[in-house]
Ligand binder design. Structure first.
Ligand code: NDP
Length: 330
């Protein structure tokens, strides 16, 4: 098996030098174990948090041990009667080509008429995150005006489309022209945050939606959050999904100076971790699966080829050069 590990916990933006590709012969399977040849690996922003060496809501990666992450693969050998050769499965032993796991750590793929890698993106953890943040945390209602940041990414792109389907005005913030064009193609009013300070971004958001927002789906933090706080309606709800602009900070930075708008607008700002809502995964699949099968949801993917490109795929999340879900194809 070839796998990636990290040799130190980086400060700031991680570089190639902390990643090592290692090779190790796998032992014979024990009773109850399954060997999987991975076909797709997921790289996700939360992995940066696991590279910081401290426990947040999840343990840090262990130095010099195989990294972990969602992956899809095919069973090649099994000593668990629930799995046979050729079965397609999802598990958390990513960042490697061959994974050896207990049967309990594997999940058969649900059977929608979609490409298998959709279960790492639009019908997997990021999709479930978009649906949870919008519906369960921000309590999306018919006609609500919704603002989404990192709006063309894996999470954001489903959040804007689900919001759009329930009416109201939907505004998406993204960082490049082709992302803005994609948002507009889905009927979403697109606003760039590039080269704008909080005041300029506030003005751009006010132009896009003069009535203000009932929901802010927060993925970015920093200046983008500051501008969003200026554009809240009374009783707004803010689903705090992520703050990717902060993940590579070496020092704590001052927060938005206008955080008091949460009080003035009697807004509710609530953080959430998608794994704590996983008992609703089948409800999500029943609702969103058919939309994806019918082509009503446009989900994009950026694919790097080969295990060796996994670190590069991960860096793209922070450069913003991914379009939709960032994946590695083995
Ligand atoms: P994306 O596919 O959205 O990729 C990351 C995107 O973030 C980039 O393409 C880039 O888009 C944007 N970005 C990166 N750096 C910055 C920056 N400094 N300022 C502004 N934008 C930036 O990733 P995901 O959809 O997987 O994740 C989106 C968010 O959701 C993240 O914050 C992530 O941590 C969070 N998340 C939270 C979960 C939870 O349980 N709470 C679960 C899953 C994800 P652009 O070019 O537009 O800037």
């Amino acid at each position: 098996s070839r796998y990636y590990t990290i040799t130190e916990y980086p400060e700031g933006l991680p570089g190639e030098e902390i990643f090592r590709l290692r090779e190790e012969a796998l032992p014979e399977l024990n009773q109850g174990e399954v060997r999987v040849r991975n076909t797709w690996l997921s790289v996700d922003p939360y992995m940066r948090g696991r590279m910081s060496g401290v426990r947040t809501y999840i343990d840090p990666f262990e130095l010099n041990m195989p990294l972990e992450g969602a992956a899809i693969g095919e069973v090649v050998e099994s000593r668990d009667e629930r799995f046979k050769m050729g079965d397609k499965v999802r598990h958390m032993a990513g960042w490697r080509d061959i994974a050896q796991l207990k049967g309990d750590e594997l999940e058969p793929l649900p059977g929608h008429q979609v490409p298998e890698q959709a279960y790492l993106g639009v019908l997997g953890m990021p999709g479930m995150t978009a649906w949870t943040g919008l519906n369960r945390i921000a309590e999306m209602k018919e006609g609500a005006n919704v603002l989404v940041s990192a709006a063309s990414g894996a999470v954001g792109s489903l959040a804007v489309q689900l919001a759009k389907a329930k009416g109201g005005q939907v505004v998406g913030i993204a960082g490049s022209q082709d992302k803005l064009d994609w948002l507009e193609s889905r009927g979403v009013t697109a606003v760039s945050y590039r080269d704008r300070n909080a005041r300029e971004l506030t003005e751009a958001l006010q132009d896009a939606c003069p009535d203000g927002f009932d929901i802010y789906y927060e993925n970015v933090g920093g200046v983008v959050l500051e501008a969003a706080l200026n554009c809240l309606r009374t009783y707004a709800r803010i689903a705090v999904c992520g703050m990717i602009a902060r993940y590579n900070d070496e020092q704590p930075v001052p927060g938005p100076s206008n955080i008091a708008n949460i009080l003035i607008k009697r807004a509710r700002m609530e953080g959430f971790i998608v794994f704590e809502h996983w008992n609703h995964y089948t409800t999500f699949l029943d609702e969103v699966g058919p939309l994806v099968e019918r082509g009503e949801i446009d989900y994009r993917e950026t694919v790097e080829q080969g295990l060796e490109r996994t670190p590069a795929a991960f860096f793209k999340l922070f450069e913003g050069s991914n379009r939709g879900k960032m994946l590695v194809k083995l």
